[in-house]
Structures are given as C-alpha cells and as structure tokens.
Design a binder for this molecule. Structure first.
Ligand code: G6P
Length: 612
C-alpha cells in the first residue's frame, strides 16, 4: 500500500527520502516520487513508474534540498503511471503526498475546475494540492491552509505537505490512515510506517485521528481535530533496524518462515507460566470481560481471516462459546445483529487494515454493550488504539507480503485465548490445561522438525512448474489451513488454487480433477482421518497427482502418483493446524522460486491495505 516519508534536516534530504522509500517497498506499490524544496526555494520533483530504484536512477543533482516529501503509490484512482505518481504539485506552490482515498474528490474536482485549477493526473490526491493552494491564498501559513483545506475532504488520508510560501515547515495530518513523526538529532521526519525511519531514529510520536502537525528542523507542534494545541507522548520503538534486513536469506518470506520457532517462543513468553495460560496477558480487566462473554464475533481479512477460521473451531470446542467469523469488508457494510456481551475480536498483522478497523468502529457505535480485543502484531497501530484489549503477537516485523510468521503467531495467540476464556467459563480442567500448555511448549521444536522437510518439498515444487490450478483439501480446522495454503500459492506463484473441505468435494469440485490439477491434502491423525482417507480415494481414482502431508501415525495408504510426506507425529487439536501450515508455506515459496515471481512483493498486492 502507499507509503509516505518526509523530513527536514541540515543537509540534503534526498538520499534519506530514497532510503526511507526503500524501507517501505515491502508494503507493495507500483510507482514512486519525491519533491524537495531547494535552497532557491523552488519545488524540485522527480517521479518514476515501477520500483524505487527507477526513481533513484532519475534523480539529478538539482533535486537537492533540506526539506522534502516522498511517496510510494499503490494505484487506486488512475493507472500506475508517472503522471499519477505522487507528489502532486499545484502551481509550483504546494507539494503533497497522500495515503488513503478522498471519497468526495469528484465533487471537489468539479468545483476546483470551475475555479480555474488545471488537473494533470487521474488521482483523487490532486484535489488536496489544489485545496491547500486555494486556502493558502487567504492564510499566512501552510499550517493554517492545511487546517482549512482538510475540512473539505471526506474519506481517509495521511498527508504530508510543503510550500515555498512557508519554507522550513512540513505539515502532516492524518485521518483514517496512519502517520508517525520521527524525532532525531539530524532533524524531524514523517512516515506512514515507523519502519521507514528506523535507521534514523527510535523516537516516535504517533499522530491521533484528525491531528495536524507543524514540523520544523527543531520543533514539532501538534493540533488536534478541533484546532487545540496538544502534547502527544513520545514513544521509543523497540524495533531494531536489523530486524528488517534479509540477513543470510534470499527472501524476507524465506527468512520469516524459518523465524517461526523463535517468533512462537517470543509470543508464548510471559503468557504461560508453569501449567497455566495467564489470562492477565490479555489485559488487566480481561478476566471479568471473558467471564461475561456470551458470544464471540471475529473480523479480519486475508491470512488473518484464515487464522480466525481456525480459532472458531478452538473457541467452540475448548471454550464452548458460540463464535462467528466474517471478512471485514463484508461485515462492515451489512446490518449484523450484535448481541449484548459479545467479545468482538479483530485479527491483524499490521493493525491498519482499513476494512477491519472500520468494522470495529462501526460495531462500537452500534452496540455499547460489547467488548473488543485485537490480536495484532503492531503495538502502536490504529487497531490497538481502538480496542479495549490488545494481545500482541510477538512475531517481529513481517516484510514479505505473503504472511507466514504473523499467521502462526496469530494461531498461537488465539489458542491461548481459547484456553483463557474456556477456563473463565469452567470448561477447561487443570489437567486439560496442563496438556495444552505442554503442546505450546513443544511448538518451536515441532516447527523446526517440520522445516526439515524442505528438501522433499523442493522436489515436489518442481512438479508444479507448468500447472495452472491446484486444489487443497482438509477437514475440520484443517480446512482453514488448506485455505491458507491455497492463499499462499495464489499470492506468490500466481497459480489458481482453491481449498475445499474434503467432504464437500463430491458436491462439485470433483469435476475439476484431472491429471493436470494437483491435489494437496492435509491428513492429521484425528477423528476425521478415516473420512479423509475415503475422500482421498475418491480423488485418486480420478487420476490426479496427489500430495499428502500426514501425521507419521496417519498411515495413509500409498498409491500411484501420490507423494506422502510425514510431518511429525501425535499432534493435538491445537498443535496440528500450526504445524501443518509449515509445509504449505514451504511448498508455495519453492513453487514461486521455480516460477521466478517476485516473492516478497508479488504483483498487485500490498502488505497493509489501508484503503477500502
Ligand atoms: C493484505 C496482505 C495479506 C494480509 C491482509 C490482512 O491483503 O497482503 O497478507 O493477510 O492484508 O492484513 P492484516 O495486516 O490486517 O493482517
């Protein structure tokens, strides 16, 4: 998704802007640009379609100034071309970068055209540049102009603006899209994501909804949405800049797959003690909230949604609380019945996914008698701010667009939650809890063992080189894991993949099966194993290539054209979905490598989707 970096320093800002944009590349984008205010007080802009390196190669020596703003654009309104890339400039007097969508841009555009403004792009952002320019005619400062202009904008925005009329100032504002201010000895900075600035500073101010900040070389002044000057806390980020490098790995995704044992250890740390899950890890009032919880509604998108699907099985099975789950983009636009005493759970790696965030806000407006919990990987995010309870997945920064360690740490967090709520409802005995906690403790080693199957999986991946379709099968919670496996394959290898509950195959999808459609099945040794084995026979007799990931004790009968990969043995209902995720991640990764796709930044995708 779009990224913003900006700053004001004592030296040429251009290299820092380029470096910041490179750090935001992981979010997904299709063009980039920057503008600086030169020593002659002129806006010097450069833009390029494609990668940041194209922008870097287009920078001439004149693009040199101590103050500037930069952007990576993920196209929403208008194609990913140079003319649509940010920054947008109005009459050489205002330069802006923008994340989000201005929903009333068409109406504003018509008004501004009538006022004589000439549009050079197809974007919604250009109305911001013209709107600020118009306001600047009656204002002494850029700050006042932005304060006046934002009253026109409906929708979501994170904005950075500079102007030769008021040199030495960057004005930054946000509503619905994230924006942070980085403070350092070198100067002051803005970014849509602290990751962009980690090499420069660890000191951040996270702007709140509607805040407008006036940033100079040595000061930051913040006004809230009512124009009142406010103090916002300075936070020290615990993220390390080294955490966002690939190290010895070829891709971030590969690194993140192999980091999972440690990510899970980190997520479990201080959350279990002896044989118990610590309910207080969910918040000091979590126990009371959990005791009063009668219903659970989970909302999420993408991979996080798949984690929620698994959690539905656990929450109903272990905690015995009726649980519903829905994708956020659907939930937020209908009129769901929200029962009192519902625990509303959002799951999100970034904490910034617009659909998830807006669904939560809508629910809170509709029913005051609910509680909210977010399972999130980003401590300072819009979702953690909006939620009553926060449980952080300690996965560390996840850069690969296709989520891996965020997913397995979400599963661990949701399993801890199922036990904690179950105990509050007297559904989990001490003995059961001790067995489950023992399973948690084994997870890092079990994952390490599953990762050892990589060589076998590489061989299988080679057989996918010319495939266009694949089918993933699982039963029970493994259907959700099959969905995650199919999503991974689609995202990074561009092979069409579908997941089906194995028992549903005969009601339609079996018609798709032929020798060119590989079927990947997950076969844990659980109460549905015999049923799954029958389903596998149905598939095999239709001549498909099959790959079965099984528990060593599942004893799936070998057949021609079937590869059986034992993963590990005697997995429980919580450990099994987490462990069986690993071979599916490796399979997608190696298929993508063979197909030569852009593994970490697959086409058209964004890491954090901050627009609807
Ligand atoms: C995007 C990403 C997915 C992610 C989804 C939800 O689509 O490409 O990998 O699962 O957003 O993101 P979240 O940050 O809310 O988990």
């Amino acid at each position: 998704m779009c990224g913003i970096v900006g700053g004001i320093t004592k030296n040429n800002i251009t290299p820092l802007l380029v470096d910041g944009l490179k750090r935001l590349e992981y979010r997904g984008y299709d063009s980039a640009g920057l503008v600086v205010l030169t020593s002659k007080n002129i806006l010097q802009r450069v833009r390029a379609a494609g990668k940041v390196v194209n922008l870097e190669n287009s920078i001439s020596p004149e693009v040199n100034g101590m103050i500037g703003i930069a952007h990576t654009r993920w196209a929403t309104h208008g194609k990913p071309t140079i003319k649509n890339a940010h920054p947008h400039i109005c009459n050489n007097n205002v330069g802006v970068v923008h994340n989000g969508i201005i929903e009333n841009f068409l109406a504003l555009k018509t008004q501004q055209q009538a006022q004589g403004y000439h549009f050079t792009s197809d974007t919604d952002t250009e109305v911001i540049a013209h709107g600020i320019h118009q306001a600047l005619k009656n204002c002494d400062t850029l700050l006042q102009a932005v304060q006046q202009a934002v009253t026109l904008f409906q929708g979501a925005y994170g904005i950075g603006a500079i102007s030769p009329k008021n040199p030495g100032h960057i004005i930054a504002t946000r509503s619905g899209s994230p924006l942070v201010i980085g403070l350092s000895d070198k100067g002051n900075f803005i970014a849509s994501d602290q990751m962009a600035l980690l090499d420069i500073t660890k000191k951040f101010i996270f702007l709140e909804e509607g805040d407008i900040a006036d940033i100079t070389l040595d000061s930051v002044t913040i006004f809230d949405k009512n124009g009142k000057q406010v103090e916002r806390e300075i936070k020290i980020s615990k993220l390390k800049s080294g955490q966002v490098s690939k190290g010895e790995y070829t891709h971030y995704m590969q690194k993140e797959i192999f980091e999972q044992p440690q990510a899970i250890r980190d997520t479990l740390e201080s959350r279990i003690s002896k044989n118990k899950v610590l309910t207080s890890a969910f918040g000091h009032n979590a126990k009371t909230i959990f005791q009063n919880t009668e219903h659970i509604q989970i909302i999420a998108c993408g991979t996080s949604y798949n984690a929620g699907l698994v959690a539905k099985y656990w929450l109903e099975d272990i905690a015995k609380i009726p649980t519903h789950i829905e994708v956020a983009s659907e939930y937020r636009y209908r009129n769901p019945i929200i029962l009192d005493n519902t625990l509303f759970i959002t799951i999100s790696q970034s904490g910034e996914t617009a659909d998830t965030l807006e669904a939560l806000k809508a629910v809170k407006k509709r029913n005051k008698n609910i509680h909210s919990l977010t399972i999130c990987n980003s401590a300072e995010s819009s979702l953690t701010r909006e939620s009553e309870l926060t449980f952080l997945t300690h996965a560390g920064p996840e850069i690969g667009v296709a989520s891996t360690k965020a997913f397995t740490t979400q599963l661990v967090s949701l399993a801890l939650l199922s036990v904690a709520i179950g105990r509050c409802h007297n559904q989990v005995s001490e003995q059961q809890e001790a067995v489950i906690v023992d399973g948690f403790n084994q997870l890092p080693n079990l994952i390490a063992k599953a990762l050892e199957q990589e060589d076998q999986i590489i061989k299988l991946a080679k057989t996918f080189k010319d495939k266009f379709n694949a089918l993933f099968l699982g039963r029970g919670a493994m259907h959700a894991i099959a969905m995650e496996g199919a999503l991974k394959l689609k995202e990074i290898s561009y092979i069409h993949a579908e997941a089906y509950p194995a028992g549903e195959l005969k009601h339609g999808p079996i018609a798709l099966i032929d020798k060119d459609t590989p079927v990947i099945a997950i076969a844990p040794n659980d109460e549905l194993l015999d049923k799954l084995k029958s389903n596998l026979q149905e598939v095999k007799s239709r001549g498909s290539q099959m790959i079965v990931f099984e528990d060593e004790t599942s004893n799936v009968m070998p057949m021609d054209g079937m590869d059986i990969i034992p993963i590990t043995h005697n997995l429980g209902r919580i450990t099994a979905p987490i462990i069986f995720t690993i071979p599916l991640q490796l399979l997608s990764y190696h298929i993508a490598l063979i197909k030569g796709t852009d593994v970490d930044q697959p086409r058209n995708l964004a890491k954090s989707v901050t627009v609807e």
